[in-house]
Design a binder for this molecule. Structure first.
Ligand SMILES: Cc1cc2nc3c(=O)[nH]c(=O)nc-3n(C[C@H](O)[C@H](O)[C@H](O)COP(=O)(O)OP(=O)(O)OC[C@H]3O[C@@H](n4cnc5c(N)ncnc54)[C@H](O)[C@@H]3O)c2cc1C
Length: 231
């Protein structure tokens, strides 16, 4: 995969591939060190990798990692940073001015009647009116931000008037084991639609880099707290 390959998400956001470490074979080689046994051909190697994933032999998957550059709204970033095993650096609104870029949903959703924290489509919402109202609010908020900066207020304080729909940017590196765990949680129906869109883009990049691993993931789809399957 070409470094810089970019998948657009959430309007003005993206998930960009920077680089990665290892391959499906690295996972197999790392596991085989236990016996100091060499590769036994592609079929056996793939079988072993699938076995490792299914039976929760997770550490060989930590030998691989991906670095992404991701642009996402701050309210999604707040969910993203809960994943403590990710190593990340974020664009600083103390060092530089944030751009006038806000997330506006393509479709406004109503509260879900079953899953109270979730959302569902609604025919009764006036989509155009909501978008107009929110875009006007974004303009006002960004205008106030600029006014504060022009009056000499420090960037670290001026930013306090900006809503969580504004975009931020990170460089993030995650090992494959914890990436799969993240995808398991954040591609789930219970996760917010916006982070699901971001997770799907991260997965699409992963699928190009580690095809056997993602085949096993799609087949068994395990989170870190799932019990190992008995051998
Ligand atoms: C649908 C959904 C709704 C959520 N709602 C809320 C919410 O309302 N409020 C809220 O605060 N959070 C919420 N979360 C966040 C959630 O509680 C977790 O913090 C988040 O999903 C990260 O999961 P994790 O700890 O397994 O992942 P990571 O932080 O990536 O950790 C991966 C694994 O490493 C281990 N680990 C990492 N750090 C530690 C540690 N310090 N101690 C022990 N083990 C560790 C654990 O086994 C963990 O599962 C929600 C998550 C989801 C998916």
């Amino acid at each position: 995969m070409e470094p810089g390959t970019t998948i657009p998400i959430l309007g003005k956001g993206y998930v960009r591939y920077i680089d990665h470490l290892g391959s499906d074979l690295r996972i197999v080689e790392s596991a085989r060190i236990s016996y100091k046994s060499p590769s036994k051909g592609e079929d056996q190697d793939k079988k072993l990798l699938t076995y490792l994933y299914k039976h929760r032999h997770t550490s060989p998957f930590e030998q691989c990692s991906i670095t992404y550059n991701i642009k996402m709204p701050i309210f999604i970033m707040r969910q993203f940073v809960r994943h403590r095993t990710f190593r990340l650096n974020e664009w600083s609104a103390r060092y530089s001015e944030l751009s006038e870029e806000f997330y506006v949903p393509a479709k406004w959703r109503a509260a879900d009647v079953q899953n109270k924290q979730g959302s569902q489509d609604s025919a009764s919402l006036d989509q155009a009116a909501l978008t107009r109202e929110v875009e006007a609010f974004h303009q006002t908020a960004y205008g106030t931000y600029q006014n504060l900066l022009q009056q000499g207020v420090a960037r670290e304080l001026a930013r306090t008037v900006l809503p969580v729909s504004i975009f931020t940017e990170v460089y993030v590196n995650c090992d494959l084991h914890n990436l799969l765990h993240f995808l398991h949680l954040r591609e789930d129906d219970h996760a917010q639609l916006e982070i699901r869109e971001m997770a799907a883009a991260m997965r699409k990049i992963g699928e190009q880099l580690y095809p056997w691993t993602f085949e096993a993931y799609h087949k068994f789809r395990l989170g870190v707290t799932d019990k190992p399957k008995s051998a």
